[in-house]
Design a protein around this ligand. Structure first.
Ligand SMILES: Nc1ncnc2c1ncn2[C@@H]1O[C@H](COP(=O)(O)OP(=O)(O)O)[C@@H](O)[C@H]1O
Ligand SMILES: [Mg+2]
Length: 276
């Protein structure tokens, strides 16, 4: 049943920058556990939509719900803490900090809390954690309390598991990474904050097809681990291949939406975005 619940829903969302109306009555729903895509050309309002969801840009009218909570006017720090984590356009990593330092910045919102036992990486299980797991198992409980430090260690182990190249380069300064590695770092930094909904702004921008394929495969894996994903892209074809559902936005309006597997063979969409 959980797949029927929305993790995010916008209704009648309007956003303006002075005289420019960037979003016009935008309604989107992200089902819990899904990969949902927003496709469209440059200037369509994709980045504005993500910034409004994460609270960086304020809506003029309309509502944004995260599960059942109205977050329309919520400060971005709170939204991040609650689990909507934004990987911004152009990565925005700190070039003069190391890979590891960039990742630690993503962990700033982490606090002590319940962690599912099946989400704990074997490599971070200390004797102390092991005894808590043993205790929980004897009570048939599936989670244990972990300290902030333990959760950060666990998230770091996961990030380095998904992106071994970041582990190899953990002490290098971030500006020495390739574009693809910098995108991995931006995603890794978001994962450090234990996202429930990961929102990504054009992760494929400027990257070679093989790198894009690699990054999209990892997004699929993250989704299979239970993270809902909202991705904004101009690269419609590749994105539809990993998405469950997609919306097409044009000059601030949703002009089409449907299941990704239907849109991928939609003649209009093929002509506008997919054909070459
Ligand atoms: N900070 C801003 N100030 C004024 N206009 C902006 C600003 N950011 C975006 N816009 C305008 O809003 C529209 C949507 O932009 P954006 O959300 O960046 O689209 P996309 O991400 O799809 O390329 C464009 O017309 C853009 O010029
Ligand atoms: Mg944009």
């Amino acid at each position: 049943m959980s797949k029927m619940t929305h993790i995010l829903k916008t209704q009648n969302l309007n956003v303006s920058y002075g005289a420019i109306q960037a979003l016009k009555n935008v309604d989107i729903t992200v089902k819990e556990g899904s990969i949902t895509a927003i496709l469209g050309a440059n200037g369509g309002g994709k980045s504005t939509l993500l910034k409004t969801i994460s609270g960086i840009v304020k809506a003029e009218s309309g509502t944004i719900e995260f599960f059942t909570k109205n977050i329309t006017k919520q400060a971005p720090e709170i939204t991040t803490k609650e689990g909507i984590i934004h990987v911004p356009e152009g990565r925005q990593i700190f070039g003069d900090l190391t890979v590891n330092e960039n990742l630690m910045i993503g962990a700033f919102t982490v606090k002590k809390g319940l962690t599912r036992i099946d989400s704990i990486e074997p490599s971070v299980i200390t004797p102390d954690i092991a005894s808590r797991i043993k205790q929980a198992s004897s009570e048939t409980v599936d989670s244990i309390i972990m300290t902030r430090k333990e959760i950060i260690q666990n998230n770091l182990a996961k990030v380095y598991g998904y992106f071994p190249v970041l582990h190899e380069r953990k002490s290098q300064i971030a500006q020495s990474l390739s574009g693809g590695e910098q995108q991995m770092l931006a995603i890794g930094r978001a994962l450090m904050g234990t996202p429930k909904l990961l929102i990504l702004d054009e992760p494929s921008l400027g990257l070679a097809p093989l790198i894009v394929k690699n990054i999209f495969q990892i997004l699929t894996q993250l989704n299979q681990k239970g993270i809902s994903i909202l991705i904004v892209e101009q690269n419609a074809l590749q994105t539809l291949k990993i998405a469950d559902y997609a919306y097409v936005i044009q000059v601030g309006k949703i002009i089409k939406h449907g299941k990704a597997k239907d849109l991928i063979s939609d003649p209009e969409l093929i002509e506008a975005y997919l054909g070459k």
